[in-house]
Every structure is written in C-alpha cells, then in structure tokens.
Design a protein around this ligand. Structure first.
Ligand code: ZN
Length: 163
C-alpha cells in the first residue's frame, strides 16, 4: 500500500505525451500504488503522468464506490473504435481538484490494452466506463478535461480553479 502524490494542473508534466510502457515488476508496483492512490483520493481513475511517470499506463475502477470493486490496469491502451454519437456530461479530475466540467465524449468505444501479465485484451465499453477510459487515455496524450472545452467554458473553469 502506497499513496503517491498527485500532480496538479498546471504542472507541465500533465501536458506531455507519454512513452510506451514496458512490463516489469516496477510497472506492476506502480500500478498497484496508483490504484491505492485512486481509492484514497476517492477517484475512479488515474493515469501514470498524474503521478509523474510519463508512460502509457492508467488504472480505473468505475464501480468500487457502489461496493463492487473492479480494478483495471491498462498498459499501452488504444481506442480502436469510437461511436459517432457523443454525449456531454460532468467530469472531475484528481489533477484539477474541486472543478467539474462538462466534457463531450463518444458514447461507446472499443479499448485494447495489455494486462500486467502480458495478455492483449479488447473490450467494448459504454456509459461511465467509456467516459472514464477516454478521460484517462487523454492524460497519456497530455490532454486534460480543460483542453476539451470551448474557450469560454475553459475560461470559466480556470477562474473557478484559481478562486
Ligand atoms: Zn484526470
């Protein structure tokens, strides 16, 4: 059990594209620590750059708050397909604490990733899982919810964050 410090916007590391991750014991330890950190912060997902590791890794657990933990560790994830339909809904981010923004996302995706034991997995996701995976994958490309907003909405969010 280890809780890692979470970087906050505007830390420049949050805006950097991440490099492919390589499976190792260290990577597995980082993923375990990231899950501990997610639960401790009352979050549902965390990407490696949020704890200062600029590699393509995220963890998520969309259901633990309902009493059914389902931790996922996604190494080198890719979105293979996105639905044409989008929906806009509220999103928070552990790196922008206290701010909820309305972010448009595809309503369904197909995600491919590698597990910690080297299996390649593909899964179709809808609902909150699809939103969470798109949010976390954005982090690996140096994108935050703020970067998905139109200029007035971004300005409002930044003003609220600074207040
Ligand atoms: Zn985030």
């Amino acid at each position: 059990m280890a809780k890692l410090p979470i970087l906050r916007w505007p830390d420049p590391r949050l805006a950097m594209p991440c490099a492919p991750a390589v499976l190792s014991d260290d990577l597995a330890q980082l993923a375990a620590d990231m899950l501990d950190t997610t639960y401790a912060a009352q979050g549902r997902g965390l990407a490696a750059p949020q704890v200062g590791a600029l590699i393509r890794l995220f963890v998520m657990d969309c259901t633990w708050k309902t009493g059914t933990p389902a931790p996922m560790v996604c190494v080198n994830p890719d979105i293979l397909w996105r639905a044409d339909t989008t929906a806009t809904g509220p999103e928070g981010c552990l790196s922008i604490p206290g701010i909820i923004t309305q972010v448009p996302r595809a309503t369904a995706i197909r995600l491919r990733w590698t597990t910690l034991d080297g299996q390649t997995v593909e899964q179709d996701m809808t609902g909150f899982a699809a939103i969470c995976a798109q949010h976390e994958l954005d982090h690996l490309d140096g994108l935050l919810t703020l970067d998905r907003l139109d200029p007035p909405a971004r300005a409002r969010a930044l003003a609220e964050y600074a207040a």
